[in-house]
Ligand binder design. Sequence first.
Ligand code: V47
Ligand code: SF4
Length: 397
Amino acid sequence: MNMQIENLLDSEKLIPELRDIAKAVIDQKRITVDQGIFLFDHAPLSYLGVLANYIREKRHGDHTYFNRNFHIEPTNVCLYSCTFCSYSRLIKKRSDGWEYTMEEILDLVKKYDGQPVTEVHIVGGVLPQYDVKFYAELFEKIKNHRPDLHIKALTPVEYHYIFKKEKISYEKGMQLMVEAGLDSMPGGGAEIFDEKIRDEIAGGKCNSDQWLEIHKILHGLGKRSNATMLYGHIESFGHRVDHLERLRNLQDETGGFQTFIPLKFRNKENEMAHVPESNVIEDLRNYAISRIYLDNFNHIKAYWPMIGRDTAQLSLAFGVDDLDGTIDDTTKIYSMAGSEEQTPSLSTEDLVKLIRAVHRKPVERDTLYNVVTDFTDIEFEDDKHYKGYVSLPVVNN
Ligand code: V47
Ligand code: SF4
């Protein structure tokens, strides 16, 4: 057991409920829904940090993962009207948005020829011209052009829409997509699973059961996916724990989720501008409780363009072990919604330094978490500040 956990358990101030939760974590027992809600309601940030960091370090030590990827958003116009999304409003003024053709998307892929990226992340608005035929052809063409590029594309929101339009089952549709070249599915579109809240903020698109079903089918085809949760809007702590519980249950069945990504609600340029955003304390608490609750998820990711570099660094002490990628791209869904990073781009060197600055060990991974390069002992020429980097000494007191 590490010193911080021992100190935590020895503390006379620790109330019995929190002591029980800490003991459960140490004994590798999962916590209940009620205990999850209790953590949101009552646990101090420092307690959550110690516990989440204990789990994080047990699983990954100081290793902190990132990948080299780029995003393509085929369109920023969407026929759905999620109230939190800055894309939905553009349907009325389509001339203000973009709707890429197949060739334009392929040109974006070709821009990265010769660059050491391992993944393309494709997700955007939902429009009728982007149908089964379009996406199957797109995936095939990307694979023909660059077979080594991992295609992480679309969410159950798009799949539900295009399969319904094509009048084919989810099983048949996902099979077709995988045959065309789909390698994995990103975690978007999950929002919040509670039916009432989901209806209020994301009515009309695939419902929670359908979201989970499509992931289950993909996992059954031997592919992996991610999961997200949009938090900090009109949901309660109970809704968050319900969301985590449904993910934990599906993961028990399939084991197909790789990483969980909490997405902080941003309130610019959308219909929920009146809803205040969560603060950094809330964000860190949410990362930590996600780490504690999801005992069957291997990774917790902080999406740095959304929360900014400082909070991303802090999150590494609150259960997070993955910072997504060295994004350099056309991602607009977050910058339009008021994310911290208006032009999200970080070089590998920047990301490595950012991770080292908080005494963690940067590891470049591919989408499936195979190690591409372990940067722990790799120094950059001008990296004077970080030469002689060593782990923080353990303080015994
Ligand atoms: O589903 C939209 C969210 C998601 C806002 O799997 C917003 O590796 C906050 O899922 N405030 C798409 N969030 C992004 C996504 C993602 C991102 C990075 C990595 C991965 C992965 C997945 O963005 C949407 C929605 O939940 N979103 N608008 C907003 N105003
Ligand atoms: Fe469309 Fe997705 Fe935005 Fe909803 S969140 S409006 S489905 S792009």
